[in-house]
Design a binder for this molecule. Structure first.
Ligand code: FDA
Length: 298
Protein backbone atom coordinates (compact mmCIF):
# COMPACT_ATOMS: atom_id res chain seq x y z
CA UNK A 1 0.00 0.00 0.00
CA UNK A 2 1.45 3.40 -0.99
CA UNK A 3 1.65 6.44 1.31
CA UNK A 4 -1.47 8.07 -0.19
CA UNK A 5 -3.46 4.85 0.10
CA UNK A 6 -2.32 4.51 3.71
CA UNK A 7 -3.47 8.06 4.47
CA UNK A 8 -6.87 7.36 2.91
CA UNK A 9 -7.13 4.04 4.79
CA UNK A 10 -6.38 5.85 8.06
CA UNK A 11 -9.10 8.39 7.24
CA UNK A 12 -11.81 5.73 6.80
CA UNK A 13 -12.82 5.80 10.52
CA UNK A 14 -13.31 9.57 10.17
CA UNK A 15 -15.76 9.21 7.28
CA UNK A 16 -19.40 10.02 8.14
CA UNK A 17 -21.45 6.86 8.78
CA UNK A 18 -23.85 7.68 5.95
CA UNK A 19 -20.95 7.84 3.53
CA UNK A 20 -19.42 4.58 4.78
CA UNK A 21 -22.78 2.96 4.32
CA UNK A 22 -23.17 4.25 0.77
CA UNK A 23 -19.69 3.20 -0.35
CA UNK A 24 -19.78 -0.15 1.41
CA UNK A 25 -23.19 -1.17 0.08
CA UNK A 26 -21.46 -3.21 -2.67
CA UNK A 27 -19.94 -5.46 0.03
CA UNK A 28 -23.15 -6.13 1.94
CA UNK A 29 -26.34 -7.89 0.82
CA UNK A 30 -28.56 -5.59 2.90
CA UNK A 31 -29.99 -5.33 6.38
CA UNK A 32 -32.55 -8.15 6.19
CA UNK A 33 -32.37 -11.92 5.72
CA UNK A 34 -34.56 -11.52 2.63
CA UNK A 35 -31.83 -9.31 1.10
CA UNK A 36 -29.24 -12.05 1.66
CA UNK A 37 -31.53 -14.71 0.19
CA UNK A 38 -32.05 -12.67 -2.97
CA UNK A 39 -28.28 -12.33 -3.40
CA UNK A 40 -27.73 -16.07 -2.79
CA UNK A 41 -30.43 -17.05 -5.29
CA UNK A 42 -28.64 -14.96 -7.87
CA UNK A 43 -25.22 -16.41 -6.97
CA UNK A 44 -26.55 -19.97 -7.17
CA UNK A 45 -27.95 -19.21 -10.62
CA UNK A 46 -24.45 -18.10 -11.65
CA UNK A 47 -22.89 -21.36 -10.42
CA UNK A 48 -21.57 -20.06 -7.07
CA UNK A 49 -22.34 -21.30 -3.59
CA UNK A 50 -22.40 -18.86 -0.65
CA UNK A 51 -21.52 -18.52 3.00
CA UNK A 52 -23.74 -16.26 5.07
CA UNK A 53 -22.40 -13.90 7.73
CA UNK A 54 -24.89 -12.33 10.12
CA UNK A 55 -23.12 -9.04 10.81
CA UNK A 56 -22.17 -8.44 14.42
CA UNK A 57 -18.99 -8.80 16.48
CA UNK A 58 -17.60 -8.08 19.94
CA UNK A 59 -20.91 -8.85 21.62
CA UNK A 60 -20.80 -7.63 25.20
CA UNK A 61 -24.09 -9.00 26.50
CA UNK A 62 -25.76 -12.41 26.55
CA UNK A 63 -29.00 -11.20 25.01
CA UNK A 64 -27.22 -9.91 21.92
CA UNK A 65 -25.32 -13.20 21.51
CA UNK A 66 -28.64 -15.07 21.82
CA UNK A 67 -30.15 -12.81 19.16
CA UNK A 68 -27.32 -13.62 16.73
CA UNK A 69 -27.71 -17.33 17.52
CA UNK A 70 -31.44 -17.14 16.76
CA UNK A 71 -30.77 -15.27 13.52
CA UNK A 72 -28.34 -17.95 12.34
CA UNK A 73 -31.05 -20.57 12.92
CA UNK A 74 -33.45 -18.48 10.83
CA UNK A 75 -30.80 -18.41 8.10
CA UNK A 76 -30.46 -22.22 8.15
CA UNK A 77 -34.26 -22.64 8.01
CA UNK A 78 -34.53 -20.23 5.10
CA UNK A 79 -31.70 -21.88 3.15
CA UNK A 80 -33.31 -25.25 3.71
CA UNK A 81 -36.78 -23.96 2.83
CA UNK A 82 -35.60 -22.71 -0.55
CA UNK A 83 -32.99 -25.42 -1.18
CA UNK A 84 -30.23 -22.82 -1.58
CA UNK A 85 -26.56 -23.87 -1.78
CA UNK A 86 -24.98 -22.01 1.14
CA UNK A 87 -23.40 -22.48 4.55
CA UNK A 88 -22.68 -20.18 7.48
CA UNK A 89 -19.73 -18.02 8.55
CA UNK A 90 -19.73 -17.11 12.23
CA UNK A 91 -17.56 -14.90 14.43
CA UNK A 92 -16.94 -16.18 17.94
CA UNK A 93 -16.93 -12.67 19.42
CA UNK A 94 -20.49 -12.30 18.09
CA UNK A 95 -21.37 -15.45 20.05
CA UNK A 96 -19.89 -14.02 23.27
CA UNK A 97 -16.17 -14.97 23.24
CA UNK A 98 -15.16 -11.69 24.90
CA UNK A 99 -17.90 -12.10 27.46
CA UNK A 100 -17.71 -15.71 28.60
CA UNK A 101 -15.83 -18.46 26.73
CA UNK A 102 -18.15 -21.21 27.99
CA UNK A 103 -21.22 -19.32 26.76
CA UNK A 104 -19.52 -18.88 23.39
CA UNK A 105 -18.72 -22.62 23.17
CA UNK A 106 -22.32 -23.48 24.01
CA UNK A 107 -23.66 -21.04 21.41
CA UNK A 108 -21.35 -22.42 18.73
CA UNK A 109 -22.31 -25.98 19.65
CA UNK A 110 -25.98 -25.09 19.22
CA UNK A 111 -25.46 -23.52 15.79
CA UNK A 112 -23.22 -26.34 14.56
CA UNK A 113 -25.67 -29.01 15.73
CA UNK A 114 -28.63 -27.20 14.20
CA UNK A 115 -26.70 -26.83 10.93
CA UNK A 116 -25.52 -30.47 10.97
CA UNK A 117 -29.09 -31.76 11.27
CA UNK A 118 -29.90 -29.76 8.13
CA UNK A 119 -26.76 -30.63 6.15
CA UNK A 120 -25.08 -27.21 6.44
CA UNK A 121 -21.44 -26.33 7.04
CA UNK A 122 -20.29 -23.75 9.61
CA UNK A 123 -17.06 -21.85 9.04
CA UNK A 124 -15.68 -20.04 12.08
CA UNK A 125 -14.15 -16.75 10.87
CA UNK A 126 -10.77 -15.77 12.33
CA UNK A 127 -10.63 -12.45 14.15
CA UNK A 128 -7.74 -10.49 15.68
CA UNK A 129 -4.71 -12.23 17.23
CA UNK A 130 -6.19 -11.77 20.72
CA UNK A 131 -8.64 -14.52 19.75
CA UNK A 132 -6.50 -16.87 17.63
CA UNK A 133 -5.60 -19.45 20.27
CA UNK A 134 -9.11 -19.61 21.75
CA UNK A 135 -10.69 -19.84 18.30
CA UNK A 136 -8.46 -22.71 17.13
CA UNK A 137 -9.07 -24.55 20.42
CA UNK A 138 -12.85 -24.10 20.20
CA UNK A 139 -12.98 -25.23 16.56
CA UNK A 140 -10.83 -28.31 17.26
CA UNK A 141 -13.07 -29.20 20.19
CA UNK A 142 -16.31 -28.72 18.21
CA UNK A 143 -14.88 -30.63 15.23
CA UNK A 144 -14.21 -33.69 17.41
CA UNK A 145 -18.02 -34.04 17.67
CA UNK A 146 -19.21 -32.34 14.47
CA UNK A 147 -17.32 -32.65 11.16
CA UNK A 148 -19.45 -29.84 9.66
CA UNK A 149 -17.33 -27.13 11.31
CA UNK A 150 -14.17 -25.58 9.86
CA UNK A 151 -11.48 -23.01 10.65
CA UNK A 152 -9.83 -19.99 9.05
CA UNK A 153 -6.07 -19.42 8.92
CA UNK A 154 -4.44 -16.04 8.28
CA UNK A 155 -1.24 -16.16 6.21
CA UNK A 156 0.13 -12.98 7.82
CA UNK A 157 0.51 -14.63 11.26
CA UNK A 158 3.92 -16.13 12.02
CA UNK A 159 2.27 -18.93 14.04
CA UNK A 160 0.03 -20.12 11.19
CA UNK A 161 2.19 -23.05 10.02
CA UNK A 162 1.84 -24.61 13.50
CA UNK A 163 -1.93 -24.03 13.49
CA UNK A 164 -2.23 -25.49 10.00
CA UNK A 165 -0.44 -28.64 11.20
CA UNK A 166 -2.74 -28.96 14.24
CA UNK A 167 -5.85 -28.56 12.07
CA UNK A 168 -4.57 -30.95 9.37
CA UNK A 169 -3.78 -33.61 11.98
CA UNK A 170 -7.43 -33.43 13.08
CA UNK A 171 -8.75 -33.35 9.48
CA UNK A 172 -10.37 -29.92 9.89
CA UNK A 173 -11.31 -28.03 6.72
CA UNK A 174 -9.47 -24.70 6.46
CA UNK A 175 -10.24 -21.43 4.69
CA UNK A 176 -6.93 -19.75 3.98
CA UNK A 177 -6.83 -15.93 3.75
CA UNK A 178 -4.15 -13.25 4.08
CA UNK A 179 -5.68 -11.70 7.22
CA UNK A 180 -7.39 -8.34 7.64
CA UNK A 181 -6.57 -7.08 11.16
CA UNK A 182 -3.75 -4.69 12.01
CA UNK A 183 -1.23 -6.90 13.87
CA UNK A 184 2.21 -6.01 15.29
CA UNK A 185 5.37 -7.15 13.52
CA UNK A 186 6.33 -9.33 16.51
CA UNK A 187 3.61 -11.81 15.53
CA UNK A 188 2.75 -10.98 11.92
CA UNK A 189 4.58 -10.58 8.61
CA UNK A 190 4.17 -7.00 7.47
CA UNK A 191 5.72 -7.27 4.03
CA UNK A 192 3.19 -7.87 1.20
CA UNK A 193 5.38 -10.38 -0.67
CA UNK A 194 6.27 -12.32 2.47
CA UNK A 195 2.56 -12.71 3.27
CA UNK A 196 2.00 -13.97 -0.28
CA UNK A 197 4.89 -16.45 -0.01
CA UNK A 198 3.59 -17.68 3.33
CA UNK A 199 0.12 -18.09 1.80
CA UNK A 200 1.56 -20.35 -0.91
CA UNK A 201 3.59 -22.28 1.68
CA UNK A 202 0.53 -22.88 3.88
CA UNK A 203 -1.68 -23.72 0.91
CA UNK A 204 0.74 -26.41 -0.22
CA UNK A 205 0.81 -27.84 3.32
CA UNK A 206 -3.02 -27.95 3.39
CA UNK A 207 -3.38 -29.48 -0.05
CA UNK A 208 -0.73 -32.12 0.62
CA UNK A 209 -2.51 -33.03 3.87
CA UNK A 210 -5.72 -33.58 1.90
CA UNK A 211 -8.04 -31.45 4.07
CA UNK A 212 -10.80 -29.55 2.27
CA UNK A 213 -9.39 -26.09 1.47
CA UNK A 214 -11.14 -22.78 0.86
CA UNK A 215 -8.76 -20.62 -1.17
CA UNK A 216 -10.00 -17.19 -0.05
CA UNK A 217 -8.35 -14.47 -2.11
CA UNK A 218 -8.87 -12.01 -4.96
CA UNK A 219 -5.14 -11.84 -5.59
CA UNK A 220 -4.60 -13.36 -9.03
CA UNK A 221 -0.98 -14.21 -8.19
CA UNK A 222 -2.28 -16.48 -5.38
CA UNK A 223 -5.06 -17.85 -7.57
CA UNK A 224 -2.39 -18.82 -10.11
CA UNK A 225 -0.34 -20.54 -7.39
CA UNK A 226 -3.42 -22.38 -6.16
CA UNK A 227 -4.09 -23.64 -9.69
CA UNK A 228 -0.42 -24.64 -10.07
CA UNK A 229 -0.67 -26.68 -6.84
CA UNK A 230 -3.99 -28.24 -7.88
CA UNK A 231 -2.44 -29.48 -11.14
CA UNK A 232 0.98 -30.38 -9.69
CA UNK A 233 -0.47 -32.34 -6.73
CA UNK A 234 -3.49 -33.69 -8.62
CA UNK A 235 -5.98 -32.28 -6.09
CA UNK A 236 -9.50 -33.42 -7.10
CA UNK A 237 -12.05 -30.66 -7.87
CA UNK A 238 -14.15 -31.67 -4.86
CA UNK A 239 -11.29 -31.17 -2.36
CA UNK A 240 -10.95 -27.40 -2.71
CA UNK A 241 -12.93 -24.31 -3.58
CA UNK A 242 -12.16 -20.68 -4.29
CA UNK A 243 -13.81 -18.12 -2.05
CA UNK A 244 -14.39 -14.41 -2.63
CA UNK A 245 -16.11 -11.56 -0.89
CA UNK A 246 -19.37 -10.16 -2.22
CA UNK A 247 -18.71 -7.09 -4.35
CA UNK A 248 -15.05 -7.82 -5.16
CA UNK A 249 -13.63 -8.76 -8.60
CA UNK A 250 -16.62 -10.50 -10.14
CA UNK A 251 -14.66 -10.86 -13.36
CA UNK A 252 -12.07 -13.19 -11.76
CA UNK A 253 -14.91 -15.00 -10.01
CA UNK A 254 -16.63 -15.72 -13.34
CA UNK A 255 -13.37 -16.81 -14.99
CA UNK A 256 -12.83 -19.44 -12.29
CA UNK A 257 -16.44 -20.63 -12.39
CA UNK A 258 -16.32 -20.98 -16.18
CA UNK A 259 -13.12 -23.04 -15.81
CA UNK A 260 -15.09 -25.48 -13.64
CA UNK A 261 -13.73 -24.64 -10.18
CA UNK A 262 -16.00 -24.47 -7.15
CA UNK A 263 -16.61 -20.89 -6.03
CA UNK A 264 -18.15 -19.70 -2.76
CA UNK A 265 -19.09 -16.07 -2.13
CA UNK A 266 -19.12 -14.52 1.35
CA UNK A 267 -22.48 -12.82 1.84
CA UNK A 268 -22.76 -10.55 4.90
CA UNK A 269 -26.05 -8.99 5.92
CA UNK A 270 -27.55 -7.33 8.96
CA UNK A 271 -27.99 -4.10 10.83
CA UNK A 272 -24.48 -4.10 12.35
CA UNK A 273 -22.75 -3.24 9.09
CA UNK A 274 -20.31 -0.55 10.29
CA UNK A 275 -17.22 -2.54 11.44
CA UNK A 276 -17.29 -4.91 8.47
CA UNK A 277 -17.70 -1.99 6.07
CA UNK A 278 -14.80 0.06 7.41
CA UNK A 279 -12.48 -2.98 7.18
CA UNK A 280 -13.46 -3.46 3.50
CA UNK A 281 -12.90 0.23 2.75
CA UNK A 282 -9.49 0.28 4.43
CA UNK A 283 -8.60 -2.65 2.17
CA UNK A 284 -9.59 -0.68 -0.87
CA UNK A 285 -8.56 2.96 -0.36
CA UNK A 286 -8.99 3.67 -4.09
CA UNK A 287 -12.76 3.24 -3.85
CA UNK A 288 -12.89 4.98 -0.47
CA UNK A 289 -10.82 7.91 -1.72
CA UNK A 290 -12.76 8.27 -4.95
CA UNK A 291 -16.10 8.37 -3.21
CA UNK A 292 -14.85 10.64 -0.41
CA UNK A 293 -13.67 13.15 -3.02
CA UNK A 294 -16.94 12.84 -4.92
CA UNK A 295 -18.86 13.43 -1.69
CA UNK A 296 -16.74 16.41 -0.60
CA UNK A 297 -17.00 18.09 -4.00
CA UNK A 298 -20.80 18.16 -3.98
P1 FDA B 1 -5.28 -8.16 -1.84
O1 FDA B 1 -5.76 -7.39 -0.68
O2 FDA B 1 -3.88 -7.96 -2.30
O3 FDA B 1 -6.27 -7.91 -3.02
C1 FDA B 1 -6.04 -8.37 -4.33
C2 FDA B 1 -6.90 -7.55 -5.27
O4 FDA B 1 -8.29 -7.81 -4.96
C3 FDA B 1 -6.75 -6.04 -5.12
O5 FDA B 1 -5.74 -5.53 -5.91
C4 FDA B 1 -8.11 -5.54 -5.53
O6 FDA B 1 -8.19 -5.52 -6.94
C5 FDA B 1 -9.04 -6.62 -5.05
N1 FDA B 1 -9.61 -6.29 -3.73
C6 FDA B 1 -9.23 -6.79 -2.53
N2 FDA B 1 -9.99 -6.30 -1.55
C7 FDA B 1 -10.87 -5.45 -2.14
C8 FDA B 1 -11.94 -4.64 -1.67
N3 FDA B 1 -12.28 -4.61 -0.38
N4 FDA B 1 -12.63 -3.91 -2.59
C9 FDA B 1 -12.34 -3.97 -3.90
N5 FDA B 1 -11.34 -4.71 -4.40
C10 FDA B 1 -10.63 -5.43 -3.54
N6 FDA B 1 -9.77 -12.12 6.93
C11 FDA B 1 -9.63 -12.45 8.23
O7 FDA B 1 -8.76 -11.91 8.92
N7 FDA B 1 -10.45 -13.39 8.80
C12 FDA B 1 -11.41 -14.04 8.08
O8 FDA B 1 -12.12 -14.89 8.63
C13 FDA B 1 -11.55 -13.71 6.70
N8 FDA B 1 -12.49 -14.31 5.93
C14 FDA B 1 -12.50 -14.09 4.57
C15 FDA B 1 -13.37 -14.81 3.75
C16 FDA B 1 -13.32 -14.66 2.37
C17 FDA B 1 -14.24 -15.47 1.50
C18 FDA B 1 -12.37 -13.76 1.80
C19 FDA B 1 -12.25 -13.62 0.32
C20 FDA B 1 -11.55 -13.02 2.60
C21 FDA B 1 -11.61 -13.16 3.99
N9 FDA B 1 -10.80 -12.40 4.82
C22 FDA B 1 -10.70 -12.73 6.15
C23 FDA B 1 -10.10 -11.19 4.29
C24 FDA B 1 -8.70 -11.51 3.83
O9 FDA B 1 -7.88 -11.78 4.94
C25 FDA B 1 -8.10 -10.34 3.04
O10 FDA B 1 -8.05 -9.21 3.85
C26 FDA B 1 -8.85 -9.98 1.77
O11 FDA B 1 -9.27 -11.14 1.10
C27 FDA B 1 -7.93 -9.21 0.80
O12 FDA B 1 -6.81 -10.00 0.47
P2 FDA B 1 -6.58 -10.61 -0.99
O13 FDA B 1 -5.98 -11.97 -0.80
O14 FDA B 1 -7.81 -10.56 -1.78
O15 FDA B 1 -5.41 -9.74 -1.60
Amino acid sequence: MGALDRTIANAVPLMPRALVRRVASRYIAGERLEDALAVIRNLNRKGCTATVDVLGESTRDKAQAAEILGEYKRVVDALEGEGLAAGLSVKLTALGLDLDEELCRANLEEIVEYAAERGRFVRVDMESSAHTEATIGIVLDAHARHPNVGAVIQAYLRRSIEDVRRLCAAGVSVRLCKGIYDEPRAIAYKDYDTVRQNYVFLLEELMRAGVYVGVATHDEYLVWHALRLVYRLGVPKDRYEFQMLLGVDEELRDILVRAGHRMRVYVPYGRQWYEYSTRRLKENPKVAGYVARDFLER
